[in-house]
Write a protein of this length. Sequence first.
Length: 79
Amino acid sequence: MSRTVYGCRLAGVSPIVRTEDLADARALAELLKLSHPNSVSTYLRRYPDMPRPVLDLGPGRPRLWLRPDIVAWAGARRR
């Protein structure tokens, strides 16, 4: 899908992400009060509405989430 901005076509342009908003599994485990970072994978399987990583480099490699998305999701679950 391409978007038009100021008359130019932008195809496949990635969104801009603030690096300070990125969080790995360890940070998510702390944020969600989980006992271990591996529990984040369990949450991904258990809760289909949980935000997915914005960066997933494959098995055994880093995954990064947007912290504001996780905070909003966790807050909605607590209500």
